[in-house]
Each structure stands twice: as structure tokens, then as C-alpha cells.
Design a protein around this ligand. Structure first.
Ligand code: EPU
Length: 426
């Protein structure tokens, strides 16, 4: 079987409606949290992306049965609690496998997880996850590339979860999931405030946990004896929404983004309006209207509510066409710039200086064969291809499929000339 790629003929203005699905980065930790639950968990709006399928596979190995109901909901039920080990094969494929650490430790008193190692966007250490479980009384060992954590009983504790790049999203999740079955009170200082963290806390509370302060840097968790199941709807994917907002802007088009939480995208929308792109909140979501002339802007990625690192690459594609110099600084993953070299192949003028890129706007981008390197970088290349003159081929879109549901179909429905092909095709 060949690798899929996208073939895009650029230049079409996009018009119409695009519906955003549930958030991948809320879905993954919430699915992992089902390990903690003694009842059935029914999750609505789980996006059917490759990462979700990978996590279902890992959960299956950990004794959690998953099936898709006819109404599209995902049902998760714990059948067997014997296995506590996430193998290297799974963790290598998807770093979010680390989400099972907290739940396994809390519910099964031990977890063995292959050390994730680096990935395309940087080093991605897990020291803060480990600090969290140690503060709850777990023992941590590293044995031939595996992290082993164990504790007969977790005790609530106070922890500071800030690192050199600020708070940690999944690390805050690990702490919350481990602490909700611990004895007594846990306080997480410098907790991540991302909407996906809030969604996880709300899910855990719906199962019987007692968590407060989610959405602020101080989360307080009162341990409970057990968690039941629940039926829960995942929040809309703010990164998918932001990606399609750029699709409207970069093609000088007009899109109504449905199922979009504008309050989760304030920093991003602020930058879009500085560029001259209008975003109007409507009853159904947000209406995006592009400007003929794009103003250059400065952008710095930050933890929520700052500008999301997961939208940095996409905004860079747009700024490649702005009328002047923009400065993009990456404060979360300083090496997350693999898209720069590929955008340059399309005629972009970008100079990288450490964690900063100076993007000098050009009149037009030109189609070229380019290579996707990670999920959001792939999205940026597709966006550039939509605007470029001529044909762009984005190779290795398996990266894109990890986090976007049928991107090419959604874009085609609003007027893009884009198709998925496979290396094996003639
Ligand atoms: N960090 C540490 N130590 C840790 C954990 C993180 O130093 O133990 C550092 C990281 O290296 C980084 C910063 O802290 O510099 C923030 O990383 P964070 O832990 O918040 O990232 P994450 O939780 O592993 C999630 C998303 C990423 C998103 C980041 C930042 C999921 C599954 N992943 O990762 O999403 O970029 O938060 O918002 O939720 C994506 O969807 O494409 C993606 C990469």
C-alpha cells in the first residue's frame, strides 16, 4: 500500500460552511481517563482521526474495550485490569500515549511506559509528569528505556507544575487523573489553563471526581474512592477551527466555521484582525471574511489564553503573503519550524533566528512538491497550497490524518481543488 498525498491546484476562493469536529487533544486524555472508571463511558464528538484509533488500540491492550455506536459515539468499558504496560511500539507512534500513566497508576497502582523520546517538534521531556506522580507518593524508576511508576496508595499533595516553557497540558492531565483517586487533597500550582484541560476536569467530575479551579493556574482535587461512568460531549477542536479560518483568509474567501468556540480562540482572532481578516461571532460559530491586503504582524506563542503553538505554522503560511515583515516567536516548542524549509520551496521568504522567524511577505506563492513533517506543519503546507499558483503536492499526509478528519473533503465542499491520491495510483 502506498503513502497518501494531496494534490492541490491553488487559487480557488473558498466559500461556504465548514463544520468543526470534537477536539483531538481533549479526546485523547478523556479516553485514557476511562481506565479510572468503573462504569460505561459514552463519548460524543470524538474525532475519528488516526491518533484516536491508535489510542483505542492501546486501550484495548490495557483491557479497555472500545466500540463505535451507530449514533457515532464511542463507548469504552474496562474489562480487564491485569496489564499496566504501554509498549514502545505504541508510544513511539503517538506521544499522547503518556496519558495512560496517571490513570494506570491511580487505578491499578502501577504503570510501565516506554520512554517517549523526541519527535519532529522537539525534545518533549516528561519530567513534569513524573514530578506530579512523585508528589503524590509514587516511586519512579527508569528500567531499560521504560518508566516504571508504582504506589500502593496515592496521597494528595501540593505540586508546582511549571517548567522552562511554562505549564504542561498533558502533565496537568496526568496530575489530575492520578490525584482524583488519591487520599486527601491535591493542589496543582501553575496548572495549564487550556480548554482541553478544563474538558478533562469536567469529564472526571461527571464521573464523580471532585475537581475545582480548572481553567485557572490553581487546580484543587479532593480524592474520591471511586469513579463511575458517564455520557459526555467533547469540546469543539479550536485548532481545526483556526486552521479553516486561515483557509478562508489565505484564499481571499468567506467561510462560516460551524461548531466553533470563539472564546477558545481569542488570541488567534486578535492576530487575524490585526492582519485585516474579519472574524464575526454568529449563533452557529464564526464567520471569516478575508481582506484584500494582509498586514504583517508579530506573534508569540504562549500557553492558553495566549496564542496556541498548534496554530503557529498555519498563521505563518498566511503571513507569507502579508504586505511586509512579520515576526513569529515560538515560546512553547522552540524548534517547531520544520515547515519553514518547505514553505520556502513554494517561494516564501523566511529567515529563522533561533526560536524566531522573520517572514517577509511575497506577492504570491508557487505550487511545489513538499513534505509534511508533523501534524500542524502539514496543515500549513495545505493552506499554502490552496493559495499558491499552480499545483502543490503535499507528501506524507499520514501526519495530517493524525489530527484532521477528512480535511480534503471539507475543503473540496467549499470550493478547493484538492484530492487525495496514493503513491500506488497511476
Ligand atoms: N515540558 C517539559 N516537561 C514535561 C512536559 C512538557 O519541559 O514534562 C515542556 C515541553 O517540552 C514544552 C512545554 O513544556 O516546551 C509545553 O508542553 P506540553 O506538556 O504542554 O505539551 P503536551 O501536553 O505534550 C499538548 C498537545 C500538543 C500541543 C501542546 C502545547 C496533546 C495530545 N498534545 O502536548 O498538541 O502542542 O500541548 O499546547 O494534547 C498537536 O496537536 O499537534 C500537538 C502537538
Amino acid at each position: 500500500m502506498g503513502l497518501d498525498y494531496f494534490r492541490i491546484n491553488g487559487g480557488n476562493r473558498l466559500r461556504g460552511r465548514i463544520r468543526v469536529g470534537g477536539a483531538k487533544n481533549a479526546a485523547l486524555p478523556i479516553m485514557a481517563a476511562s481506565i479510572l472508571c468503573e462504569g460505561e463511558v459514552i463519548l460524543h464528538d470524538i474525532p475519528r482521526v488516526a491518533d484516536v484509533r491508535s489510542l483505542c488500540e492501546l486501550l484495548g491492550k490495557l483491557g479497555v474495550e472500545s466500540d463505535w455506536r451507530s449514533d457515532g459515539a464511542l463507548r469504552l468499558v474496562v474489562r480487564d485490569e491485569m496489564n499496566c504496560k504501554a509498549e514502545y511500539d505504541m508510544v513511539r507512534k503517538m506521544r499522547a500515549s503518556i496519558c495512560v500513566l496517571g490513570p494506570l497508576l491511580a487505578k491499578r497502582h502501577a504503570a510501565q511506559i516506554s520512554m517517549p523520546g523526541g519527535c519532529a517538534i522537539g525534545d518533549r521531556p516528561i519530567d513534569l509528569h513524573l514530578r506530579a506522580v512523585q508528589k503524590l507518593g509514587a516511586e519512579v524508576d527508569l528500567v531499560s528505556g521504560d518508566i516504571m511508576v508504582k504506589a500502593r496508595r496515592l496521597r494528595g499533595g501540593e505540586m508546582f507544575l511549571g517548567g522552562p516553557f511554562g505549564s504542561t497540558v498533558l502533565g496537568t492531565g496526568t496530575a489530575m487523573m492520578a490525584a482524583c483517586l488519591a487520599d486527601g487533597l491535591t493542589v496543582i500550582e501553575m496548572a495549564a489553563c487550556e480548554p482541553e484541560v478544563v474538558d478533562l476536569a469536567n469529564f472526571l467530575n461527571a464521573c464523580g471526581a471532585s475537581i475545582s479551579g480548572q481553567g485557572t493556574p490553581r487546580i484543587v482535587i479532593e480524592g474520591v474512592r471511586r469513579l463511575g461512568g458517564c455520557e459526555y460531549r467533547i469540546i469543539p477542536d479550536r485548532i481545526e477551527a483556526g486552521t479553516y479560518m486561515v483557509a478562508a483568509a489565505i484564499t481571499n474567501g468567506e467561510l462560516l466555521i460551524e461548531n466553533c468556540r470563539v472564546d477558545h480562540l481569542l488570541a488567534f482572532i486578535d492576530r487575524l484582525s490585526a492582519i485585516g481578516v474579519q472574524v464575526q461571532k454568529t449563533g452557529e460559530g464564526a464567520e471569516v471574511t478575508s481582506a484584500r491586503r494582509l498586514e504583517p504582524v508579530d506573534v508569540t506563542t504562549q500557553p492558553f489564553p495566549g496564542f496556541a503553538t498548534d496554530l503557529q505554522a498555519q498563521l505563518m503560511s498566511l503571513l507569507c503573503l502579508a504586505d511586509g515583515n512579520s515576526v513569529i516567536t515560538e515560546k512553547i516548542f522552540p524548534d517547531r519550524f520544520l515547515h519553514v524549509a518547505e514553505l520556502s520551496r513554494m517561494g516564501a521568504r523566511i529567515r529563522k533566528e533561533g526560536p524566531t522567524c522573520i517572514v517577509s511577505g511575497v506577492k504570491r506563492l508557487v505550487g511545489a512538491p513538499v513534505m509534511a513533517s508533523d501534524l500542524r506543519a502539514s496543515a500549513a503546507l495545505v493552506l499554502a497550497g490552496l493559495a499558491a499558483r499552480g499545483t502543490t503536492v503535499v507528501n506524507r499526509i499520514y501526519h495530517l490524518d493524525r489530527g484532521y478528519v477528512s480535511m480534503e473533503e471539507k475543503l473540496r465542499a467549499v470550493g478547493a481543488d484538492i484530492e487525495r491520491r496514493s503513491d500506488g495510483d497511476v
